[in-house]
Structures are given as C-alpha cells and as structure tokens.
Ligand binder design. Structure first.
Ligand SMILES: [Zn+2]
Length: 395
C-alpha cells in the first residue's frame, strides 16, 4: 500500500514538473520536455498523454523558423475551452474569478460572505451556480475549483483560525467537499498567491523563493525545489509573526512585537491615524507620503526597517536566492525601500545578503486575485498523476 502511495506522489510530482516546463516554455517538443525535466522518454510520454486526455495540454505540428525537414511536434497548454474557477474569501465578500488553463482571468463577480462558518459550503455551491449562469457557462463545465482562505489551514483542510473572518476551528475542507461535486482544492490565501506568482508572475521559472505579502493580514510563503514548503502540518511560512520589537505592539496572534502587529492594514492605519487622525485609508497614507509629510515618511521608513529586519532573519536561516515582496509592500515601496534595505544590510550575514535578490510582485495588488485559480490549476494537474480521477481532494 505504501509503495502505491509513493508511486502516486512521484507521478504527481512528474506531472507538475512537466506541466511547469510547458507553462514556462510553451511550444517545446516532447524531447525538450525530457531535457528540461531530466525524466526519461517513457515517463514523459505517459504523463503527456494523460495531460492530453484531461485536455490540459495540446499537441501541434510546428516547424521552427529556418528549419528544414520533418515538422517538430510541439506541446502547449490548452488555452481554449478550459474553465477554472478561483474563489477568494475576502474580509467583506466572496470573489469568484474564472480563467482559462493559462491563468488569464476572464470574468469576476463578488457575492456576500456566508452568514457564518457553517454555511460556507452552501454559499460557495450556490455562488458557483449563479456565477456560471452569469457568464453563460454550465457548472458541469468547471474543470477545477480553487478556494483561497485568509487564515491558517492545516493539511487536512481544517481552518484553525482566521483573524479576518474571526472564525476558529472550522472543518472547511470536509464542508466544501460535501457540498460541491468535482475537483476542489483549498489553500491559505498568501500561499495561493505565491503559487500564482510561481505560475503566472514574477516567480515564473524560479524554484526557490520566499514571499512576503502585506494586506489585511501580513503573511508569507516559502517555495523549495519548485514546491510550496508546508512544514509538519501546513503552517510553515508565517513570517508575519517574526518578532521585530521586544515588548512591542500586541499582535492578533496574542504575542507582542510581531512584524504583523505593525504591518497588517489595520495596524498600519492605526499607526498612521496616531500621526494624523484624518488618515483612514491606504491611499491616504500613500498620498501624505507623496506630499512629503515628514511624520508619514518617518513612519513608513520605520515600517521598511521592521520588514527588512524580519526578512533578514529569514534570509539568515534559509538563504533563499529570491525574496518577493507583494501587496501593500509594493504600493508603499518607494517609501519603505530605504529603511528596508538599511535593516536588511545591517542584519543579514554578508554572504547570503549578497546572494539574495529582492523582487516586487507584479500582481500583488491586482483587484482580480489569481491565487484561487492557481490552486485550481495545481489540483487539476495533480489529477494527471494517479490513474483514474478521484472526485475531490484537499490541497
Ligand atoms: Zn503575531
């Protein structure tokens, strides 16, 4: 039994690597897929056939320009016909987005949040039907659904705690699978956003990176060898709870001095409000800084230092080649940058400091988030591993 499980995991890994090679380099041949992944011909052929059966990839005869002789068979991700749905639990609504298999968002619509945690499955099931109706598609056409949740999810799909939704100990995975037919995958929102960066964004083609993302929460995710690192039960990557001030501000987690206690959106607004009570939005913080308001610039400089200090601790421990900053960090970057680099340089060991590139997300503030779509796509590809399609899985 154990070796069956191992073989299935291995095939899933092969499928995800082969798919990724095609995502990064569309139009390559099966032989080139073997070269890029290092897998043998029979493994690649088996997985490619399976991905084709699932209509995830398509073959075409193409001649590379200037080449004579037999046209080469090229493989690419099928752009037509695919329907993935990403579901994002925001703090004030549930946002549904549909996309093709290539990740381009086609439609989106917001629905009200469920009345309580116990009705989430039913709310999403009804939302999917209404959403599909609105875009002229049938629910049965959906190939995969990804649900992105703002909170700590364990590997079994249980929501341990969501500070934004104020929900605790909800067996969301079981509830969603009971209510919704077909492949459905759920995951933490920051980790899903990191997966979206890996598939469609600034981390495309990068197998090892740390992402730090500011928003209503302040979270992180760690990719190692092209896979999200989960830790023993799914909670790895919570860089927001790195301590940056001894006996500092109280954090939502109950501890003091976490970087999240300074950098979540509510924390930022509270700190900015103490400087200028008229400032109640992120845009207003940015506007004051752009006007050269000294106090706001000082506050953002200090904020940059705190984030730089948290990142330096992670860089010293993990030596990642790339750190990606996303969300509010991108929006406020011109005012955070100097403090961030100052603290990073001062607190990181010289060798890892020199080796770490800092990059800004290009989709961190996208009003149409793609994390849910990335979860749906990753889940769909994982189905190419096992022979036979399981009806549902947790991420
Ligand atoms: Zn904390």
């Amino acid at each position: 039994m154990e070796s069956d499980v191992h073989a299935r995991d291995l095939r899933q890994m092969h499928a995800s690597q082969i798919f990724y090679a095609l995502l990064v380099e569309p139009g390559i041949s099966q032989r080139e897929v073997c070269e890029r992944t290092g897998y043998d011909k029979s493994t690649v052929s088996l997985i490619v056939n399976r991905l084709q059966e699932l209509s995830i990839i398509e073959r075409s005869q193409a001649k590379k320009s200037g080449q004579r002789g037999r046209p080469m068979e090229s493989l690419r991700i099928s752009e037509e016909g695919g329907l993935l749905v990403g579901v994002h639990m925001e703090f004030d609504c549930i946002r549904f987005v549909s996309s093709s298999l290539g990740g381009a968002v086609v439609h989106s619509k917001d629905f009200p949040l469920p009345k309580g945690p116990d009705s989430t499955g039913e709310t999403i099931r009804k939302g999917l039907a209404l959403f599909c109706d609105g875009i002229g598609r049938d629910v049965s056409e959906i190939q995969s659904v990804g649900v992105s949740i703002p909170g700590q999810l364990d590997n079994d799909g249980k929501l341990v705690y969501s500070p934004n939704l104020h929900w605790r100990d909800v067996d969301l995975g079981a509830q969603l699978h009971a209510q919704i037919d077909g492949p459905l995958f759920l995951g933490n929102d920051t980790k899903a956003a990191a997966l979206a960066e890996h598939y469609f964004g600034v981390a495309r083609g990068i197998d090892d990176f740390l992402m730090v993302s500011g928003g209503v929460g302040f979270g992180g995710a760690l990719f190692l060898d092209g896979e999200l690192y989960r830790g023993s039960s799914g909670f790895a990557g919570e860089i927001g709870h790195t301590k940056v001030v001894r006996n500092g501000r109280l954090c939502g987690c109950g501890a003091e001095g976490c970087v999240a206690a300074y950098m979540t959106l509510p924390a930022l607004l509270e700190r900015a409000g103490a400087v200028d009570s008229a400032v109640v939005t992120l845009d207003a913080i940015e506007a004051r800084a752009k006007q050269g308001d000294e106090q706001m610039l000082d506050l953002l400089h200090e904020s940059g230092e705190l984030v730089g200090l948290a990142v330096s601790n992670a860089v010293n421990t993990l030596n990642p080649p790339v750190v990606i900053l996303a969300g509010t960090l991108v929006k406020l970057w011109p005012f955070l940058e100097r403090g961030f680099h100052k603290a990073l340089r001062a607190n990181t060991l010289s060798a890892p400091f020199a080796q770490t590139a800092i990059r800004l997300s290009t989709m961190g503030l996208d009003p149409l988030p793609r994390g849910g779509v990335a979860l749906a796509l990753q889940g769909l590809i994982s189905l190419a591993g096992p022979t036979g399609l399981p009806s549902t899985q947790s991420d």
